[in-house]
Design a protein around this ligand. Structure first.
Ligand SMILES: *Cc1c(COP(=O)(O)O)cnc(C)c1O
Length: 366
């Protein structure tokens, strides 16, 4: 008897190229799209190791934990790194980026995270892209947490390297990812003797052996199950419509923000200005004297299926994340998450208004 997951015919190069084209359409890009056989950290590291080298200077914008990771890779490549750090409760502005570029004219690489699921903020990439373009630096964007949750237009925004993963708003698999690569970025990689070659981290290998070869032969056996899952996920997005999917995330974020405020009990949106809040996930600040991870544990004890988690690392005590993305970008998931948090808060003796929270959620969704 054949097994539906195990006994599959090999995934052909034509099939692989077809999925690649559909991902490119999702990004509205004319640039080359490379599908990378691993979680999104693989293309992110590949982009940095291809684009940075001893003698480069990188502007690394840090608005959350991923920016910190990029800074470490950039330094490891021998690049000089200018870190532009902003507090996690806000977004970076194009003016701040412009000032940093003006202070360091030698900057030739800029790394930025679009939306941060881990901190709940989102950055104005269109405006920042204009500034970076004028300066002439290569522009890398981590769009893992923004793709399918909010507009993402790498070509229009002048993004040279746009990395996405399917596991957040796309509602797809985590073990495969993609990056769009501009002509300028390919030239930079090719001119970099330290860029990975004949390596799993190498994007150049895919350029030379897959794209330039007319997409006839894959470099190695593709991650077949992940590719099929990615295809199913793109089909599902096409069926719903990308605009409808993004609207669902925007509503979930607005409803969580409004609902948490109405709930009271000392709970507050972590990102101060709604304009800076990411549609993919909403972060909340735990009331003074309440440990966020304990509160989340109590809420999850009532319903373990809720998309709730405490902040990572040092944020675990103060931050609650409502991961209302993918299948959880619904009124039901938002309402149940707030109800569970309200119940947990009430247990600590706080006074909460569950009905007001419910009304606020319904008001946004209507
Ligand atoms: C989720 C996410 C990633 C992927 O990382 P995981 O550790 O697999 O979740 C990368 N960048 C950003 C900005 C993300 O939000």
């Amino acid at each position: 008897m054949t097994h539906p997951l195990l006994d599959l015919p090999p995934l052909t190069a034509a099939h692989f190229a077809g999925v690649e084209r559909r991902v490119a359409a999702l990004l509205d890009t004319e640039q080359d799209v490379v599908i990378t056989q691993g979680e999104a950290l693989l293309p992110l590291e590949g982009c940095i190791r291809g684009g940075a080298r001893p003698g480069s200077t990188a502007l690394n914008v840090v608005t959350g934990p991923y920016g910190q990771t990029f800074g470490n890779w950039l330094r490891d490549c021998g690049a000089k790194v200018v870190d532009l750090e902003v507090p996690f409760h806000t977004a970076v502005t194009a003016e701040q980026v412009e000032r940093a570029l003006a202070a360091h004219p030698e900057i030739d690489f800029v790394s930025l995270v679009h939306a941060e699921a881990a901190t709940g903020n989102t950055n104005p990439v269109a405006e920042i892209g204009e500034v970076v373009r004028r300066h002439g630096a290569l522009f890398m964007l981590d769009a893992v947490a923004s793709v399918a949750a909010e507009p993402l237009l790498p070509d229009a925004w002048g993004v040279d390297l746009c990395v996405i993963g399917a596991q957040k708003a796309m509602g797809g698999p985590a073990g495969v990812s993609a990056v769009s690569v501009s002509e300028r970025a390919w030239e930079r990689f090719a001119a970099n003797p330290a860029a990975p070659r004949r390596s799993y981290l190498s994007l150049l290998d895919w350029k030379e052996r897959w794209i330039d070869g007319g997409r006839k032969a894959l470099l190695h056996a593709p991650a077949q199950l992940e590719m099929l899952a990615l295809e199913a996920c793109v089909e599902r997005i096409e069926a719903e419509g990308l605009a409808a999917l993004m609207a669902r995330h925007a509503s979930a974020a607005a409803a969580t923000r409004a609902g948490a405020t109405a709930l009271g009990g000392g709970l507050e949106p972590y990102v101060h200005d709604a304009r800076d809040a990411a549609p993919v996930a909403t972060t909340l600040r735990a009331p003074a004297g309440v440990d966020a991870s304990e509160l989340v544990a109590k809420a999850l004890a009532a319903d373990p299926s809720l998309p709730l988690i405490a902040g990572g690392g040092a944020l675990a005590k103060e931050m609650i994340r409502v991961n209302h993305y993918g299948v959880d970008a619904t009124r039901g998931a938002v309402r149940s998450s707030l109800a569970a948090l309200g119940g947990a808060l009430a247990e600590t003796g706080a006074s909460v208004d569950l009905e007001a929270a419910g009304r606020a959620v319904s008001g946004v969704w209507a």
